[in-house]
Write a protein that binds this ligand. Structure first.
Ligand SMILES: [Zn+2]
Length: 406
């Protein structure tokens, strides 16, 4: 029902290729998983996502719980059927979105009520989420209504959503939190992980007519080696009702300059025979670090979000296709690109669509960007198979980063 097999190891590093088997099909790894937050990759139909090479889609439990409601998706026959995507799906636990409300999205702040004054980073912010040892109470970003997520509720919601791969409910911390707070938070996440496993076990038995859903634990610990190693060790050994986690997410606050070290610490502790998902990573230079250091799958909203602002990837870096110089540029976004957009449309046409505010502009740009990132990770896989990873990396990044300052 769910399995992972590694195929080839990257010499001298933790990286590897492999295959994840799920009830909705296989994912060849390393792989980039596009994000369809609300059960839709914005502006692009599932058929196009399949055609451009997406192997799976990751949706968001928090958003789908609020709208349309996880019970609606359960009634529809699960996420895959609901959105007409006949391939594997992931859902994240909702923890990240819920706790981001603690401070307003992407702002840095601690969220619990019982912090010592010196532990509170930004105390004047209005908090929409409050964390306690049992769970998180939050207000909907849609209508301000109050809700509560606990490990059990997150598991119930994710079982109703029916994705092939789910994530355990964890507490999100930030790099601004003190070490003392990170220690407390990590212990809370550990206890929540036990509760997630127990509830997952109960729900798997109660819903045994449904396809098996795998559960990944999420490793936190911010920038601290001792905490990251402890979390990886604790979660890989954790067993409840005779079941263990099927895989692992590497999450939380990651200082970009320390990505390599953090992946190294965590992946040295994790079992080799289980898949590792690096949450929220999607820029080319970060994907190389991720693959090299043993992450198998990645997700990120960046490719589609950038596309909607007319920023498109090329092997010489990103550029803004709606800018004036492209009004009469009849070349594709990227010469030689095999995506539907580049095979059929010019920069001039896409530039025009953005300037005229035509909806298809975002569709065409998203198709190219998602293809570009998916294909880049696929090329890394091929390069590992052929023992050419480091040559490929040097060649690609040399070209890609050359113009980055522009
Ligand atoms: Zn293209």
């Amino acid at each position: 029902m769910f399995a992972f097999k590694t195929e080839k190891n990257l010499e001298g590093r933790l990286g590897r290729t492999g295959v994840i088997k799920t009830p909705h099909g296989e994912i060849k790894t390393p792989a980039f998983i596009p994000v369809g937050t609300k059960a839709s990759v914005k502006g692009v139909l599932p058929d196009s996502m399949a055609e451009l090479g997406a192997q799976a889609i990751l949706a968001n439990a928090y958003h789908l719980y609020l709208q349309p409601g996880s019970e609606v998706i359960d009634e529809a026959g699960g996420l895959s059927k609901f959105m007409n995507w006949d391939k594997p799906t992931f859902t994240d636990s909702g923890g990240f979105q819920v706790m981001s409300l603690g401070a307003g999205f992407k702002k840095v702040i601690a969220m619990t009520e019982d912090l010592e004054p010196e532990e509170v980073v930004a105390h004047k912010k209005d908090r929409l989420a409050k964390v306690d040892d049992d769970g998180v109470t939050f207000k909907s970003h849609l209508d301000g209504s109050e809700h509560r997520f606990t490990p059990e509720i997150s598991m119930q919601v994710q079982h109703q959503l029916g994705a092939d791969i789910m994530f355990a409910f964890d507490e999100l911390t930030t790099l601004m939190d003190t070490k003392n707070y990170q220690i407390k938070s990590l212990e809370r996440t550990r206890r929540w992980a036990i509760r997630c496993l127990a509830e997952h076990s109960r729900l798997t038995k109660a819903r045994k007519e449904k396809p098996y859903q795998a559960l990944f634990a999420v490793i936190q610990g911010a920038q601290h080696e001792d905490l990251r190693r402890k979390a990886a060790k604790d979660l890989s050994e954790m067993e409840e009702d005779g079941i263990k986690f099927d895989g692992f997410g590497i999450g939380g606050a990651v200082d970009k300059n320390m990505m390599r070290e953090i992946l190294g610490w965590v992946n040295q502790e994790l079992p080799e025979d289980k898949p590792r998902h690096f949450l929220g990573i999607g820029e080319p230079e970060d994907l190389f670090i991720g693959v090299e250091n043993g992450a198998d799958t990645f997700d990120c909203v960046s490719a589609s979000r950038q596309a909607r602002t007319s920023s498109v990837y090329t092997d010489r870096g990103r550029f803004n296709v709606s800018n004036a110089p492209y009004k009469r540029d009849f070349e594709p976004i990227q010469a030689g690109c095999n995506c539907y957009t580049c095979k059929n449309y010019s920069r001039a046409y896409i530039c025009h669509l953005f300037r005229a505010k035509e909806m298809v502009a975002a569709t065409l740009a998203t198709i190219h960007n998602e293809f570009f990132i998916i294909n880049l990770v696929n090329q890394m896989r091929t390069a590992i198979e052929k023992n050419e990873f480091f040559e490929f990396k040097t060649e690609f990044l040399g070209r890609y980063l050359e113009n980055k300052s522009n």
